[in-house]
Design a protein around this ligand. Structure first.
Ligand SMILES: NC(=O)c1ccc[n+]([C@@H]2O[C@H](COP(=O)([O-])OP(=O)(O)OC[C@H]3O[C@@H](n4cnc5c(N)ncnc54)[C@H](O)[C@@H]3O)[C@@H](O)[C@H]2O)c1
Length: 309
């Protein structure tokens, strides 16, 4: 199936970012559907494009072409007319997503793919109120979606392989780095990995082994440097499965294995220490430091993704 027209439902952080991603492809036209026409999402997209231009990652001409492929409406019927792919980016609430797919189904063609950008919820459950469940698929983009290449393409229990493959092929064609997740499991692939490391990082702080800044330094200046180029399983082969087995035998019994969130994390939240937003989480942050970290992250991502191309 050839995907040429995409509708993005929900014009929040991810909806706007995804619209920008799809419009980067010269063969795609994108309709962004918002519940309200009060704020123009194109302003936010324009700001992202300006940052890319300032960092020599895009020309003014390319930015203009991207904007020309985007339209914006509050009319659901108009947004969905003749679409090949619909991606919902509405809040992470099961009932909202289920009802949205149920309600839009009569407004799209029988072969239109319905994709959900859920972060963690079951694709199978999200599809449960639709008639044609084989066309519902997960497309888990990472924030900021126009800078992070990864998209996890997730198969629900009833998603057809045709839909999974067509979605994967399209995302690849438009310059993303899709990966297939063949089981509808919590955390898909990348969040399972991220949370396994988070669990251990939080435990190391709780157990007084090292403070938060040290944990981050250990990762940033150590194994984290290798990861963009050497996958952790490639690393197993590089050092040898025999050595990896011996290391696992020595360390696995001592790693965190809690099945509930970290008690220290629970306490920080209860104390109102929720990070950048309040100036303190695991570490203290002035508003200037928090803003600088956000900006620096985007500039870093622009630089490294330029090299990835
Ligand atoms: N923010 C992230 O880092 C991130 C990353 C990956 C995936 N996601 C997922 O993407 C989805 C959207 O997240 P977001 O961060 O863009 O949220 P957001 O709050 O920024 O945007 C949600 C949008 O949905 C609209 N909306 C609210 N209630 C609605 C309803 N009842 N019906 C229709 N539209 C409604 C809002 O007006 C808003 O435009 C969620 O499922 C989230 O888990 C988020």
């Amino acid at each position: 199936m050839t995907i040429k027209k995409v509708a993005v439902l929900g014009s929040g952080l991810m909806g706007n970012g995804l619209t920008q991603v799809f419009a980067r492809d010269k063969d795609t036209s994108v309709v962004l559907r918002s519940r309200s026409m009060k704020a123009n999402p194109l302003d936010g997209i324009r700001a992202n494009l300006d940052q890319l231009i300032e960092n020599d990652a895009m020309t003014e001409e390319e930015a203009g072409a991207i904007l020309s492929r985007i339209s914006f409406t509050d009319d659901m019927e108009e947004a969905l007319k003749d679409t090949d792919l619909v991606v919902e980016c509405v809040p992470e609430v099961m009932e909202i997503k289920q009802d949205m797919f149920r309600d839009i189904e009569p407004l799209v063609r029988p072969d239109t793919i319905l994709a959900t950008n859920t972060s963690v919820m079951s694709i199978t459950e999200i599809a449960s109120k639709t008639q044609k469940k084989d066309r519902v698929v997960g497309t888990h983009f990472w924030n900021p979606p126009y800078l992070i290449p990864l998209v996890e393409v997730v198969k629900g229990e009833e998603t057809s392989f045709d839909v999974l493959d067509a979605t994967y092929d399209y995302l690849k064609k438009i310059g993303k780095k899709p990966v297939k997740c063949l089981k509808d499991v919590q955390g898909f692939v990348a969040n399972r990995l991220q949370h396994a490391i988070w669990r251990e990082a939080l435990y190391v702080v709780e157990a007084g082994i090292a403070d938060a800044a040290t944990v981050d330094e250990a990762l940033k200046y150590g194994p984290g440097l290798r990861w963009p180029h050497l996958g952790i399983l490639e690393n197993v082969d590089m050092i040898g499965t025999d050595l990896s087995l011996n290391i696992q035998r020595g360390v696995i019994p001592y790693l965190a294995d809690n099945k509930t969130p970290s008690p220290l994390l629970e306490k920080l939240v209860a104390d109102g220490k929720i990070g950048f937003k309040t100036g303190e989480g695991y570490q203290k942050w002035t508003p200037e430091e928090a803003a600088a970290r956000n900006l620096a992250l985007r500039e870093y991502l622009i630089k490294v993704t330029k090299d990835l191309k």
